[in-house]
Design a protein around this ligand. Structure first.
Ligand SMILES: Nc1ncnc2c1ncn2[C@@H]1O[C@H](COP(=O)(O)OP(=O)(O)OP(=O)(O)O)[C@@H](O)[C@H]1O
Length: 359
């Protein structure tokens, strides 16, 4: 299905960036046929809208520059205020306290994966060997598993990463076939992947990038775009919640950021996009204790009854802050065990062998 990409900024979506990361040297646009057809963009030249990153960056930077002298009033939409009244956590009410999972309130199915198999496109090597996973609104799922078990591949296949081809199985997201959608469409539909190794985008300021991404998502939702001033107001509390210095907005996306700063920036992007299904790949890696708490608090602050989180992690420490509804153990390309948060504690105590022995 061809993506309709009216706003230029729609090119700068998560899957597009994913493609950029892996096609840095290539100056071409490629299409692959098949169930998971994906578009691939070049990093330094044309994106799929025909715009250049540099052009987009310059255009938006000028707009931001024009507004930079104004002070930043905190913009809280009426919708956000209503959410606050309903008692849902908002950016303004972030706390360090872990949010309890709400297993009793099962929402609609958001994502249903059945028998998913996928291979590396370049080599044909099979990585996913029949993944089954059902995620309802309001849930937090954690995927754990030994190195190389296929966790990151699963997340990348779901967002349409061009390195992989789906060979079997289905993924239904919000009632629609996910694999019928281009990566950009998946992003616009609220699917978000925080990268394990966030990509740097030279020549594009963080502020420009965030506003472009935000407005692309808003356009897809039929909402009016935010002007530079409005956007700054929208962004400020999110930045504050992550304890990020506003100077990060003027820097190029992730360029020169430390590992922890990149992770915070990923969550800032998640907050801006207000994604419905957030896939967080090892957001705890490389974080100091304070950063871990900030990032976890920010994620908890974004949780709502109609969205969901899929976290990939190796450690219980993240789950101390973001309480999972379900914990899954992945091995050799499939989920071999599912349980509640006690599964992660068992794993922490005895390792993978102990889990297998107890099965
Ligand atoms: N593009 C690729 N080309 C070749 N092999 C790949 C590719 N992507 C994944 N693999 C292989 O697939 C297996 C699963 O990788 P994946 O990154 O999904 O594991 P993981 O469970 O996320 O591991 P970790 O916990 O170390 O991050 C690994 O053996 C990896 O080398």
């Amino acid at each position: 299905m061809a993506a309709t990409m009216l706003p230029a900024v729609a090119a700068v979506t998560r899957p597009a960036i994913s493609a950029l990361q892996h096609q840095q040297q290539e100056n071409r646009i490629r299409k692959t046929d098949g169930p998971a057809a994906q578009s691939v963009c070049s990093s330094s030249t044309k994106l799929s809208t025909g715009w250049r990153l540099e052009e987009i960056g310059t255009c938006c930077r000028n707009a931001v520059k024009n507004s930079s002298s104004s002070s930043a009033s905190v913009y809280v939409s009426s919708t956000q205020q209503q959410k606050g009244r309903r008692g849902l956590a908002t950016w303004a009410t972030l706390t360090d306290a872990p949010v309890e999972s709400e297993q009793e309130k099962v929402g609609d199915v958001l994502l249903e994966v059945r028998g998913l198999c996928a291979v590396v496109e370049a080599t044909g090597k099979e990585i996913l060997r029949g993944v089954d996973l059902t995620i309802h609104q309001g849930e937090v799922h954690a995927i754990m598993g030994k190195n190389g078990s296929g966790k990151s591949t699963l997340s990348k296949v779901l967002v349409g990463h061009p390195d992989y081809v789906v060979t079997a199985g289905t993924a239904v997201y919000k009632g629609e076939n996910l694999f019928d959608k281009e990566p950009e469409e998946r992003s616009h539909a609220g699917l978000f992947l925080s990268f394990q190794s966030p990509v740097e985008i030279p020549g594009v300021s963080n502020m420009d990038f965030l506003r472009m991404a935000c407005n692309a998502r808003r356009s897809s939702l039929g909402l009016p775009e935010l002007g530079p001033l409005e956007f700054y107001g929208f962004l400020s509390p999110k930045l504050a919640a992550l304890n990020m210095d506003p100077s990060f907005l003027d820097r190029n996306v992730n360029e020169g950021f430390s590992g922890g700063e990149k992770k915070r920036n990923e969550i800032l992007q998640l907050a801006v996009l207000e994604a419905d299904m957030a896939i967080l790949d090892e957001i705890d890696s490389g974080l100091d204790v304070d950063a871990l708490r900030d990032v976890a608090s920010a994620v908890n602050g974004l949780r709502k009854s109609d969205n969901a989180v899929l976290m990939i992690t190796h450690y219980q420490r993240l789950l101390d802050y973001i309480k999972p509804t379900y914990v899954h153990i992945m091995e050799a390309g499939r989920i071999i065990k599912t349980g509640d948060s006690s599964l992660a504690l068992q794993l922490e105590a005895g390792g993978y062998q102990a889990l297998k022995d107890s099965a």
